[in-house]
Ligand binder design. Sequence first.
Ligand code: SF4
Length: 268
Amino acid sequence: MTPRRKLSQGHLFVSRSTRKPTSWPRPSTFREALTSRRAARARPRPETSGVEKKRVWLSATAIESMKRCPRCFWLEKHEGIRQPEGIVSRLANRFDAVIKKYFDLYRPNGEVPPMIAGRVEGKLQYPFQEKYWYNLDDRYGYYGKLDECLVTNNGRYTPVDHKTASSDPTTKELIPAYQYQLDSYAFLLEHNGRPTTGIGHLIYFFPGHGEKLHQGFPMEISVKTLTTNPQNVLPQIKKAIAVLEGPLPRPHPECQFCAYVDRVKKFS
Ligand code: SF4
């Protein structure tokens, strides 16, 4: 059955779907990169070919992981060990896909979709480049994938991120990770020759009430504009590299999982 959708100013009506999200290629772990570099060094190569090196790619998500627990971050990057994932809703991924498709309808005409018209400045970047990369050196790099990007008449770029919320986000405190995410996008844009406007938008989608839910589920839209601080990104990347270059950090004192492992391992 084709999902029913109706899009109008300020509201997005969607029906449910279970399609799986597309996956983002997993960046190399520190160990993979190290093995690759060793293999590259050991392999005899013609003078002209250069040495093929694999970088460790960091991202805003990796930095947030490092902030939450340096040990978990270290284990993931060095050993590819991640905390087991519980039951996770993929609804937000589906929302992202639907919203992107809708935005793409307006992109070639230099228009912004009616749902955000008058709330943002500029037009949708066309063609849209979602992935940006920044090489720190031959060992480390930083990357990010934007949800959306606006370009002003004077050629400045504004990163945009779509967020799915359970209720009106303007009544709640901003999640610090969202600020860093926009800072991170601004940093990547700036380092890829795209001067930024100094702001970024979070476009929130959250369910609204309706008397005719059988005709489509109403979604409210709220645009939050933040000042971006790309200068805050490089220090975080350097901190993350220092963690990776150091020994395995201690467990986070407030995390129950490592304490649990510690207690049960004597019985195995
Ligand atoms: S303390 Fe918690 S977050 Fe840190 S490594 Fe252990 S399980 Fe992971």
